[in-house]
Design a protein. Structure first.
Length: 318
């Protein structure tokens, strides 16, 4: 049922019943009841998604200037971001997923259901940076090569594995067929890297894969993407770097190179898989990546977003 009030008070709650390996499906009634209690006096629509991309459609059709609350994990959030990018609507998050890297990025790690809903409904909206790859938006991470192959494998991992264990399982499965492409990274007309590469990552967040600190220096509000290129690694080399990766110490390895900037061109010698926020993209040999400074409105705790710009007053009005 739809309850209409002032447009900027309107809230659309998008619940993905498949999130959290299906855990959210058993919580729909509870979430609906809590949302309607907290949303008294506001316009509220509760939507339970039916299929892939439904969350994107719901977010895109939400009223201008309103809030869209994504209940689920990184995949749900990613779909909602696709529907909000370029608008004045604000994203709020109730993190119930297997990875929750976007939630971690905006200060929601470990937050409970009731606290998350209260923040979503009543918290202050601000801005964070928004990544774009081949005109496809992403909120936290873009992975290319080995990383995307691991993300693909994660979809078929045993259901009881979540977060970091699920990611590690997928890494070992992909290692069996390791074949490195040639990668060229360019920015501002300069070649930053050329050679065999295990993976590339262009990050708004410092973590992906359920908390792995792939880009320890990434900051989602600084107007820069953090780039990581892992060069030529053997299978044994990958196994050797893993313990360091889990601690964020992989960046000390000479085969790991770091970059930062607002736009990058990534070329491969063959189509290579990619993921945006863990969601698989169609393999390409060319990826054009750039950052939109303050490109996404987000409801988050204080200190985890930039303040919204002050409204510009019309000339002649006080």
């Amino acid at each position: 049922m739809l309850f209409q009030t002032a447009m900027n008070d309107f809230i659309t709650l998008v619940i993905n019943p498949a999130a959290g390996r299906g855990r959210v499906g058993g919580m729909v009634a509870q979430i609906d009841e809590m949302a309607r209690r907290m949303g008294q006096g506001k316009g509220l629509e509760v939507v339970v998604t039916r299929n892939p991309n439904h969350a994107t459609e719901v977010a895109a059709s939400a009223p201008a200037g309103s809030r869209v609350v994504a209940v689920g994990g990184d995949g749900t959030i990613h779909e909602v971001i696709r529907g909000l990018a370029g608008s004045d609507k604000a994203l709020a998050v109730v993190p119930i997923g297997s990875g929750n890297d976007f939630a971690r990025m905006v200060g929601l790690k470990g937050i409970g259901l009731e606290a998350a809903l209260q923040l979503a409904f009543q918290g202050e909206a601000g801005t964070v940076d928004l990544g774009m790859v081949n005109e496809h938006p992403f909120g936290a991470s873009l992975g290319l090569g080995f990383d995307a192959a691991v993300a693909r494998k994660a979809f078929t991992a045993p259901r009881f594995l979540t977060g970091l264990p699920r990611y590690l399982y997928s890494i070992f499965a992909v290692l069996k067929e390791l074949s490195l492409p040639t990668l060229t990274l360019e920015s501002g007309g300069k070649v930053l890297y050329h050679g065999k590469a295990l993976l590339g990552a262009l990050m708004n967040s410092s973590t992906y894969g359920g908390g792995i600190p792939i880009a320890p220096n990434a900051v989602h509000t600084d107007g820069l993407l953090s780039g990581i290129i892992a060069g030529e690694f053997s299978k044994l080399g990958v196994l050797g770097i893993l313990p360091k990766l889990l601690q964020g110490k992989h960046v000390l390895d000479p085969r790991i190179q770091q970059f930062s900037g607002t736009e990058f061109t990534v070329r491969f010698d063959r189509p290579v898989a990619a993921h945006a926020d863990g969601e698989l993209l169609e393999p390409q040999s060319l990826y054009q990546v750039y950052l939109v400074k303050d490109g996404l409105r987000v409801v988050a705790p204080q200190g985890f977003h930039n303040k919204l710009p002050s409204p510009v007053m019309e000339e002649g009005k006080a």
